[in-house]
Write a protein that binds this ligand. Structure first.
Ligand SMILES: C[S@@+](CC[C@H](N)C(=O)[O-])C[C@H]1O[C@@H](n2cnc3c(N)ncnc32)[C@H](O)[C@@H]1O
Length: 361
C-alpha cells in the first residue's frame, strides 16, 4: 500500500475526508493523521506505475487540500538531538532515492528542539548523499524528501505538491487571476462553502460580496455553465477585478452586477424577475475589522439576511463565512427567518472564521 498525507484547512478535516471518500474509490483508512489538525492520511493500493499515477492525479485534483506528501515512515524521538533524528530517519526505507537522478531535502519543525529546520535540512541531506550518492538539486529535483517534527513526533515522506493546490496556481484545478482582493477567500474554503450549500447542476448561485470573485471562480470551475451564477459587490474596483478574473478563465457565463447586500431584494430585483429566485447564496461577509464597529456589522447582517430571504427560492440556502459569529448568530435568531443547520470554525491568516449554513424556515 502507499500512504498519503494531505494538508488542509484547520478543523475541516472531516469535510476533506468526505471529499476523498467521494472522489478516490481506492482510498481506505481515511482519517485525521495522528489527531493532528490540518492533516488527513489514507492508504491506496500500490499498483503498476501507470495505475499509481492515475490515482495520484485524482488526489492532486482534490479541491479541499493544500498539499500532498507520500508518507514513508514516522517515529517518536526520545531525545531531541540532531544525531538521533538523523539516525532514525535513515532507518526508514527510501528505495526511490537509490535510483533517483536528484533530490532535495526540506523540513518543518513545530515545538522546542535543540536544532533548527535549516540544520535538519543540511544534516539529513548530507546523510542521504553519503548513503545513496544521490546528487542534490534545489530546483530540478526528482524527489523532495520532507521531514516534519511536531513536538517529539516525526514523519518522513516525499513532498508531491506544495500549497499551490489551495491557491489554484498549480497544474491542476488552475484558475487564472490578475486581481487579488485584500481580504480574498482561500479557494479551499470557497470549495467547502459551495459544497456545504449543496451546489448542484441547475442551481442559481449568488455571491453578493464577491470581492475578487474567488467563490464564483471556484463554482464556475466546478460546474461550468450548468449553474447560473451572479457575482455582486458594492465597490466598483472589486467588480472590475472580478470581471477581469472571470474573463481570464473564459467564464463568460457568469454575470457581474453592482449591488448592495443590505438591499438584495431591491438591487437585484430585475435579475430575479428575469431569472427566477436564487437557490444558493454563498458569501464571505465583510468582517468590519478595519472599517466598522460591531454595531454596524449587526445592521449589515440583519439587512443582508432579511433581504436575502425575499430573493431566495423555497428551499434556498445561505452559506456565509464570518468572523463575527456572535453577532451573526444573534441576528439569525432574532429575525426568525432561517435555521442554522451546520456551523464550522476554521482559521485563515490567524483569524478564526465561522461557516454558517442556513436554511429558510
Ligand atoms: C471579505 S471580502 C470578500 C472577499 C472575496 N470573497 C474574495 O475572495 O475576494 C468582503 C467584500 O464585501 C464587500 N461589501 C461590503 N459591504 C457590502 C455591501 N453592503 N454590499 C455588497 N458588498 C459589500 C466589500 O467590498 C468586499 O469586497
Amino acid at each position: 500500500m502507499k500512504k498519503y498525507l494531505v494538508t488542509c484547512d484547520y478543523n475541516l478535516e472531516d469535510l476533506v475526508i468526505e471529499e476523498i471518500k467521494l472522489k478516490i474509490s481506492e482510498a481506505t483508512e481515511i482519517k485525521q493523521f495522528e489527531n493532528f489538525s490540518h492533516r488527513v492520511a489514507f492508504l491506496v493500493p500500490n499498483l503498476d506505475k501507470e495505475k499509481n499515477n492515475a490515482i495520484l492525479q485524482k488526489i492532486i485534483a482534490l479541491r479541499s487540500i493544500h498539499s500532498i506528501i507520500e508518507l514513508k515512515g514516522s517515529f517518536y524521538l526520545d531525545n531531541s538531538t540532531l544525531e538521533t533524528l538523523k539516525a532514525k530517519v535513515m532507518e526508514i526505507d527510501l528505495p526511490e532515492l537509490k535510483t533517483a537522478k536528484s533530490f532535495r531535502a526540506s523540513a518543518q519543525r513545530y515545538g522546542t528542539h535543540n536544532f533548527t529546520s535549516m540544520e535538519m535540512v543540511k544534516h539529513i541531506g548530507h546523510t542521504v548523499i553519503l548513503r545513496y550518492q544521490t546528487p542534490v538539486s534545489l530546483t530540478e529535483y526528482e524527489y523532495n524528501l520532507r521531514v516534519d517534527v511536531i513536538g517529539n513526533f516525526v514523519f518522513v515522506g516525499y513532498q508531491i505538491t506544495d500549497d499551490t493546490l489551495a491557491h489554484r496556481q498549480g497544474k491542476y484545478n488552475k484558475i487564472e487571476r490578475n486581481f487579488h482582493h485584500r481580504a480574498a477567500t482561500k479557494h479551499t474554503l470557497a470549495y467547502h462553502l459551495l459544497t456545504l450549500a449543496g451546489l448542484k447542476e441547475g442551481d442559481s448561485l449568488l455571491d453578493c460580496t464577491c470581492g475578487g470573485g474567488t467563490i464564483v471562480l471556484e463554482a464556475a470551475s466546478m460546474l461550468g455553465n450548468k449553474i447560473k451564477i451572479l457575482a455582486g459587490d458594492m465597490h466598483l474596483p472589486a467588480l472590475e477585478g472580478t470581471k477581469e478574473n472571470l474573463k481570464l478563465n473564459n467564464f463568460d457565463f457568469v454575470e457581474v452586477k453592482e449591488l448592495n447586500a443590505r438591499h438584495l431584494d431591491e438591487t437585484i430585483q430585475d435579475y430575479v424577475e428575469k431569472n427566477g429566485k436564487i437557490d444558493k447564496i454563498v458569501c464571505n461577509l465583510p468582517f468590519g475589522i478595519q472599517s466598522a464597529k460591531q454595531v454596524n456589522m449587526r445592521g449589515l447582517y440583519d439587512q443582508f439576511l432579511t433581504s436575502a430571504d425575499k430573493i431566495l427560492s423555497k428551499n434556498g440556502k445561505v452559506v456565509a463565512l464570518t468572523m463575527r459569529q456572535g453577532v451573526f448568530r444573534e441576528v439569525v435568531f432574532m429575525i426568525k427567518k432561517y435555521k442554522i443547520t451546520k456551523e464550522y470554525v476554521t482559521e485563515a491568516g490567524g483569524l478564526y472564521l465561522h461557516i454558517f449554513v442556513l436554511e429558510k424556515l
